[in-house]
Design a protein around this ligand. Structure first.
Ligand code: ADQ
Length: 468
């Protein structure tokens, strides 16, 4: 196999304590398996033209980081990527804002990525671009003379054409995606939505019976590659974490109460406000649980400079304050709401210690926390996962208690069901979910995507590239 080159907006060098996200967890998981290069922004902004990439090598992975101009970064990242594409792709039109300056900066930053990456590429590289920040990069790399296979994976949902058409430049966005050899989505739903866009723009005949997409002389493969987790590592991390002080102190502090846990980046798509409301409803409806359950919600601040996040932060502080003010006792706090990062190994222990995992996003590409919760449980005495039907993970984890996150009563009822579920049923549900996770773990995800890229190398994609 050729060298794997992953490209993402932001790179997380090991040991840096930046807020982790699912994307970083996924890419690092892939690169640790194959070795290779990870290229992206290193987290620094500057006032002058970006220079050559900085190169670091850690544990077999080469990290190439670039700097970005402060003004451009604001418009590209806070603006176009997170005030436009993120809300639009998650179907939150109210949070969306379009500006041509931001669109220009998006193009310009992608061009910088292409110009800085192209000289680092070797003749046998397979290039794997990650996520919505970098949609135009495939086209721009081609313009820079790169003829190697290039794949793109979208970690977040892809909107149906009826939603996508709201974007003034939706046709460019769809055309940009056709410059890749492989375009990967989390679920069938996302793939269908992409097909709806292709059909709208290029006609039904662009989607061939073998599911390849033909646009002019280009042929590409669009397919579903649901991201997985590293089940064995998570299990051993969780077991080891149970012996640590931090996890034991947390368990002692519960004083034998049941533990319910949520772990999310603080983002409006994660449905935290609705979740807090459902928990309050649960305490009102099933008062026998008052004083008997502790809900720990870990939600590190991310993207603090994006306006929408200031609002949600305030709403959550108020909601947690309301519930605690109303129900707390001198020796019990119903919600422990923590805005901080924890090392992944500690989180694994917290998840294992929980009786209930509450994962209720309003819309989510996949949601790795749901999968991590299942992977970290003790199979002999597993906790119960409550999962939103609107998370990509619900497609695979049908044995969770599935709920609509907007339905306060249903979520509160699911908490009650989870707390009273007999051991045999907990084991059965957990075993069936663990089997799914093992079948499609992070290695399988990486392997399948790389195989698709390798096939592009020998197949029609190559012919098309040679002709272009
Ligand atoms: P995210 O929206 O970031 O990912 P998610 O899939 O839940 O969401 O991944 C979050 C990751 O960060 C998990 O591995 C979790 O353990 C970790 N994490 C969260 N809070 C943490 C904390 N306080 N301390 C340490 N680690 C923490 C995007 C998409 C998702 C998609 C992923 C992967 O939005 O839908 O599942 O990419 O493709």
């Amino acid at each position: 196999m050729g060298r794997l080159v992953c490209v993402s907006n932001r790179i997380s060098l090991p040991r840096k304590t930046a807020a982790p996200g699912g994307l970083a967890v996924g890419i690092l998981g892939a690169l640790k398996r194959t070795g290779g290069l990870w290229f992206g922004w290193g987290g620094e902004t500057i006032e002058h033209e970006p220079g050559d990439p900085d190169i670091h090598i850690r544990e077999g992975v080469t990290y190439a980081t670039i700097e970005l101009r402060q003004t451009e970064y604001e418009l590209y990242y806070n603006g176009y990527a997170n005030d436009l594409l993120w809300p639009l792709f998650h179907y939150f039109l109210r949070g969306m804002r379009y500006s041509t300056d931001e669109r220009d900066a998006y193009e310009s930053v992608n061009r910088t990525f292409a110009h800085k990456l192209a000289p680092l590429l070797q003749p046998d590289d397979l290039i794997w671009v990650h996520d919505y920040h970098l949609i135009p990069l495939g086209r721009l790399l081609r313009e820079s003379g790169v003829h190697r296979p290039i794949g793109f994976f979208l970690h977040i949902p892809f909107p149906n054409i009826e939603m996508l058409r709201v974007l003034p430049t939706y046709a460019e966005l769809l055309r940009d995606l056709t410059h890749y050899d492989v375009v990967g989505f989390q679920t069938e739903n996302d793939l269908r939505a992409f097909h709806s866009g292709i059909e709208h723009l290029f006609g039904r005949e662009a989607i061939r019976p073998d599911n390849r997409i033909r646009v002019g002389e280009r042929v590409l493969r669009a397919d579903v590659f649901p991201i997985g987790v590293d089940v064995d590592t998570l299990q051993s991390e969780a077991i080891a974490a149970m012996e640590t002080d931090v996890v034991n102190r947390m368990i002692d502090s519960l004083m034998s109460r049941s533990l319910m846990i949520g772990v999310d980046r603080l983002d409006y798509s994660k449905g935290l406000v609705e979740r807090f409301t459902a928990y309050q409803h649960f305490l009102e409806t099933y008062p026998e649980n008052i004083g008997r359950i502790t809900y720990i919600q870990i939600a590190p601040l991310s993207r603090t400079d994006v306006r929408a996040y200031a609002d949600i932060r305030k709403a959550l502080e108020q909601a947690a304050g309301r519930t605690n003010g109303r129900f707390a006792d001198t020796d019990w706090t119903p919600i422990r709401y923590l805005n901080r990062n924890f090392p992944h190994t500690q989180l694994a222990g917290f998840l294992r210690a929980a009786d209930v995992g509450l994962v209720t996003p309003l819309h989510d590409g996949m949601n790795l926390v749901a999968k991590e919760f299942v992977a970290t449980q003790d199979p002999e005495d597993p906790g119960v996962l409550i999962l939103s039907t609107l998370a990509g993970a619900a497609r695979e984890l049908g044995a969770a208690l599935l709920v609509n996150p907007y339905d306060t009563r249903a979520v509160s009822h699911a908490i009650q069901t989870a707390l009273s579920m007999p051991l045999s049923e907990r084991r059965e549900r957990h075993a069936s979910m663990l089997q799914v996770l093992r079948r499609n773990d992070i290695s399988a995800w990486t392997r399948r995507f790389i195989e698709a890229l390798e096939q592009a190398q020998g197949g029609e994609g190559a012919i098309v590239r040679a002709a272009s």
